[in-house]
Design a protein around this ligand. Structure first.
Ligand code: ZN
Length: 293
């Protein structure tokens, strides 16, 4: 097992022109699907833990389960806390060994978001971890909004720059035309804005809502400055699709291990596709041996 801080993992991605996949895990099988895919492609990987998983299972239990799984693999892994809204949860996460944390203060007013994110950066950097902040609102599916309303959500260069200067975050989630959940029509990313924000801030950017974006736009976004792509929805769809397939083919078979395994296999295939798309395949050894970053 090789835990790598988010800061180091993202720095390596920037240096070599790829993006790290931050894949959401929900239980043992989904964590193993991510790890199997990363091992097979020799890719660095982030396993991210979201708020619904924490609320359901408890942050310590989930972390221990994932640690037990990770112990069987030999690839660089970063455990990332996704969309944390409360500072005490950040403290808890870093005290039990998370390698990267995201504070999402996008619901707060800008001054309050900056104030708390700054505190998160202080504790994260004292421990050598990576810290992600968010400026602008990355909503749920925003299909009911007009084009003008969608444009108004896109993060501006000025707000991104003042946020990064004031907080010192290692990587920044911006609103660039994506949304969480399932798209009813393909999104159109604000690629020029991404490039302008990257240039003005010098900070690697994070793409949220990474499921269902056309491959050519994902590649262009990585060129424009995206160094971490969050993927959740497509992985859950693959897992649940596999489970459904098993149940319809084997209606009398209640062997839970076999059923879960079909979900795991489908999800692993999707993770492998994403790793190849993000360009992180075969970067594991280089990351582990790089002493400069
Ligand atoms: Zn997100």
């Amino acid at each position: 097992m090789s835990y790598v801080s988010g800061k180091k993992m993202i720095a390596h991605a920037v240096k070599h022109g790829y993006a790290v996949g931050a894949f959401s895990a929900h239980n043992l099988e989904t964590a193993q699907a991510i790890l199997d895919a990363a091992q097979e492609t020799q890719s660095p990987v982030m396993i991210q833990i979201g708020q619904r998983v924490i609320n359901t299972h408890g942050i310590e239990t989930v972390k221990r389960v994932f640690d037990a799984a990770i112990a069987n693999y030999n690839i660089p892994v970063c455990i990332h806390l996704d969309h944390c809204h409360k500072y005490p949860q950040i403290v808890k996460a870093v005290s039990i060994g998370f390698d990267s944390v995201m504070f999402d203060g996008s619901q707060l007013d800008d001054q309050e978001n900056i104030r708390i994110t700054r505190q998160v950066v202080e504790i994260g950097h004292a421990l050598g971890l990576g810290v992600e902040g968010e400026i602008g609102k990355i909503g749920g599916t925003e299909d009911d909004l007009s084009v003008d309303e969608k444009d108004a959500l896109i993060t501006t260069v000025a707000e991104a720059k003042s946020f990064v200067d004031a907080t010192g975050v290692d990587y920044l989630a911006v609103s660039c035309g994506t949304a969480h959940g399932v798209y009813t029509q393909a999104p159109k990313l604000a690629l020029e804005r991404l490039a302008d924000i990257k240039e003005a801030t010098g900070t690697p950017l994070v793409l949220h809502g990474g499921s269902g974006i056309p491959d050519d736009q994902v590649k262009a976004a990585i060129k424009a400055g995206i160094a971490k792509v969050n993927v959740d929805t497509e992985l859950r769809q693959a897992f649940i699709g596999g489970v459904g397939e098993f149940m319809s083919k084997n209606p009398e078979d209640f062997t839970l291990a076999f059923l879960m395994n079909t979900g795991k296999t489908r999800m692993k295939e999707t993770v492998i596709e994403k790793i190849k798309l993000f360009g992180s395949e075969n970067q594991a050894a280089s990351l582990l041996s790089d002493a400069e970053i």
